[in-house]
Design a protein around this ligand. Sequence first.
Ligand SMILES: NC(=O)c1ccc[n+]([C@@H]2O[C@H](COP(=O)([O-])OP(=O)(O)OC[C@H]3O[C@@H](n4cnc5c(N)ncnc54)[C@H](O)[C@@H]3O)[C@@H](O)[C@H]2O)c1
Length: 339
Amino acid sequence: MKRIFVTGGAGFIGSAFIHLILRETSDVEIVNFDALTYAGNPENLTGVDETRHTFVKGDICDKAAVLAALPDDCEAIFNFAAESHVDRSISSADEFVLTNVLGTQVLLDAARARNVRRFIQVSTDEVMGSLPDESNLYFTEISPLKPNSPYAASKAAAEHFVRAARETFGLDTVITRCGNNYGPRQFPEKLIPLMISNAMNDEPLPVYGDGRNVRDWIYVEDHARAIWLAFERGKAGEIYNIGARNEQYNIDVVKAILDALGKPHSLIKFVADRLGHDRRYAIEADKSETELGWKPLTNWEEGLQKTIEWYQENQEWVAHIRNGAYRDYYQKMYGASLK
Ligand SMILES: NC(=O)c1ccc[n+]([C@@H]2O[C@H](COP(=O)([O-])OP(=O)(O)OC[C@H]3O[C@@H](n4cnc5c(N)ncnc54)[C@H](O)[C@@H]3O)[C@@H](O)[C@H]2O)c1
C-alpha cells in the first residue's frame, strides 16, 4: 500500500481528489487532515472507501498535530488546505497568511523531519496576476509572480517557501498551478455554484462589474487527475500549469447557467466590482500535456451540465450550508447591492 497525506481533503478540490484516487487505484491509503473550517464539509466524503481513508481533524499550522497524523513511510504530502476565497481575503487577510503561508511551512518541515518522498503544493494561476483583456498572452511556468489579491499573495508566498525547501534542503517538491475549477461540491459562495443555486431559487444573480472578466475554467476531476500525474511523473523542483484552454466571460457563464435551467436573463443583477478584480486569466498547459501526459477529459458543455445536475440532485447539501453561517457572510458581501 502507498500511504499519502492529503490536507484540506474535506474541501471542494481535495475531496474530488480523494474520490478519484480511491476509485481509480487499489493500492493507495489516504490520511485526510483537515481543520473543517467553514469550507470543509465531511459530507463531501460520503461514499469514499473508508477502509483506505482515515479522516483526522487538525490545523496545518499545528506542528505537533501534523507530525502525529503523518503516517510512517509516507509517499507524499498533497497540500490542498488553504483559505481559498478572494473576497474573504479582501475583508481580512490574517487567516490567509496563517494557513496558506505558515501552514505550508509547517508541512514542509514535517516532510523533511519524516522523510516524506514528495511534496505536492496545490497552487493557483492567480499568483501570476492578471492578463490584459483580449490579448494573445498566456500564463506559463516562467511568468513572473505578480499576485493582486491578499489570497493570491499568500499562495505566492507559499510557493516561495516550497521553492526554498527544494533549494536549501533538497526536498523533492512539485508545484501545480491551476485555473478556476468547477464541479460538484464547490462551496456556494464561488461563482458557478452561487449562480446555479440562486437561479434554482429564482433569486437575483449578482455579477461583478461589467461581467467581462475572463476565467479559464476546468472541471475539478481533470484538475485532480493532473495533480496525481504531477506526483507520479513530475520532475522534482518543477512547476506545472494546469488548464483546459476554456476561457469564458463571467457573464457568458451566468447566461449559460440560466439557459440550462430555463430561467430568464432578467435575474442577472450587476453589482459594484470586486476591489482589484483581475481581468483575465488564461493558462498555457503545454508542459503538463507533454511531460505529464495529461489532458482534460471533460469539455465545458458536458462539465457544466454535470455540475448543474449535481446541484439539482443535492439540494440538501446546499441547504445545510445556506442555513448556516454562510448566510451572514452572503448578506455582508452582496446584501446592499441586492436590495
Ligand atoms: N477552487 C479553485 O478554483 C482553485 C484553483 C486553483 C487552485 N486552488 C487551490 O486548491 C486548493 C483547494 O481549493 P478548494 O477550492 O478546494 O478550497 P476549499 O476552500 O473548498 O477547501 C479548503 C479546505 O482546506 C481546509 N482548511 C482550511 N484551513 C485549514 C487549516 N489551517 N488546516 C487544515 N485544513 C484547513 C478547509 O476546511 C477546507 O476543507 C487551495 O490550496 C486553493 O488555493 C483552488
